[in-house]
Design a protein around this ligand. Sequence first.
Ligand SMILES: NC(=O)c1ccc[n+]([C@@H]2O[C@H](COP(=O)([O-])OP(=O)(O)OC[C@H]3O[C@@H](n4cnc5c(N)ncnc54)[C@H](OP(=O)(O)O)[C@@H]3O)[C@@H](O)[C@H]2O)c1
Length: 371
Amino acid sequence: MSSDQPFVLRWGIISTGAIAAKFVSDVLIDPRTRAVGDVVHKVAVIGSRDAAKAKEFVNKFGRGDRSIKAYGTYEEVYADKDVDAVYIGTPHTHHYQNSKDAILAKKHVLCEKPVTSNATELKSLMSLAKENGVFFMEAMWTRFQPLACAFKRVLEDGRLGPPVSLRADLSDDLDIENLPTSHRILDPKLGGGALLDLGPYPMVWAIMTMYEHPDNKGEEPGHIAASMLKTPITGVDATTTFVLTFNRTLKAQAILSCSITLPKTRPGANIRFRNGNIIIDAPIYKPGAFTVEYFDKLGSGNVETSETKEFSYIGGGWHFQADEVARCIRDGKLESSEWGHDKSLLEMKVFDEVRRQGGYKFPDGVEQVLG
Ligand SMILES: NC(=O)c1ccc[n+]([C@@H]2O[C@H](COP(=O)([O-])OP(=O)(O)OC[C@H]3O[C@@H](n4cnc5c(N)ncnc54)[C@H](OP(=O)(O)O)[C@@H]3O)[C@@H](O)[C@H]2O)c1
C-alpha cells in the first residue's frame, strides 16, 4: 500500500520506569531527523500501577501533548481503543504476564529484553500472538541501529570470509553493595543478575554474526558451556561467561560475558576471521563506531587496510526498533524479519541452559510456564 501520508502507530506504554522514559522520549522525536518519512509514532496512553506516577510521567516526557491519557492500571491500557501497540517496560519476570494480557486484548506488542523469564514462556507467547493475529517482538533495539545495519553489510560483502571467533562483553559496575535487595538487579523474584539484564547484548552480536550467517543455515549452537559467579548478597549471578559453539554447519565460537560488578571493557566486541577482524566499540548495546581490518593475505594477521565507521543521530537509539514495529504492523507482518521470534527463542534457550549449568534457579512461582 503506498500513500503520501506516513503511517501513524499509536502506542500504549506499560510502566513509568527508566527504560519506558527513554523509549517514549525517543519515539516522540520527529522521525524526519533520522531520515524516516514513512512512519510516525503517537504516544496515546501511559499506564502505571499508580495513576499519579502516570500523570507525572506524561508531564515530564509527553512533550506537552495534552491528549496523552494517564491510567493507574495496566488493564486500562490494554483495553483502550486508541492503542494499536503496547510497549512493555516492566521487570523481566513480569514480561510474560504483561505481554499475554496485551495479546489477549488484540494489541501488537513490543516487549523489553529479555522477552520472558524462560524459553517455555516465550513459546507460549509466540503461539498466542499468532492465534490472535498480532505482531510480537522483543525490544532488541541494538539490531535496528544504523551501526548494526552497516555491520551486516560488511559481513555480507564476504571479503572477510566466515566468522571464526567472537568475544563480546557487556559489563557495568552497578554498585550492588549499595542497592536495596528488592532492586530488580538483585532480586531473584524479578530475574535479577547479570545474565538476564546484560546477557542479551553479547547474544545479539553472536546472533547477528553467527546465527544469521548464511553458512550457519539457521542452526542453533551445538554446544553451550557456561559458568556463573554469584553475589552472596542475594545469590543472583554477578559475572557470567558462556561459550556458544556453532559446530553444525558454520564452524565458529562465541565467547560471551557480562558483569554487574565490573566497568565496561574496551573494545566491546572483537570478531575474528581468517581474512581480518571487526572491532566494535563499547558499550555493545549502542556502539558509536566499529573498525574493519583486512589482512594482506589469508591468515597472515598483518593488517593491510582498516576502516572505521562512526555513527551519530538525534535521540538515544531506541526509536529505530519502533520504526521497525510500525512498518511491520503497517505491512500486516506478525514478526520482524530482522529480529524474528526464532532469535528471541534462541536467546531464551541459551539463557535457560546457562542458568542450569550455573545453578541459578528462580524462586518457585516466578516462571509462569514451565517446560
Ligand atoms: N533496552 C534497553 O536499553 C533497556 C535498558 C534498561 C532496562 N531494560 C529492560 O527494561 C525492563 C525494565 O527496566 P528499568 O530499568 O526500566 O526498570 P525500572 O526503572 O525499575 O522500572 C520498571 C517499572 O516497571 C513497573 N513495575 C511493575 N511491576 C513491578 C515490580 N514488581 N517491581 C518494580 N517495578 C515494577 C514500575 O512502573 P509502574 O510503577 O509505573 O507500574 C517500574 O517503574 C527490564 O526488563 C530491563 O531488562 C532495557
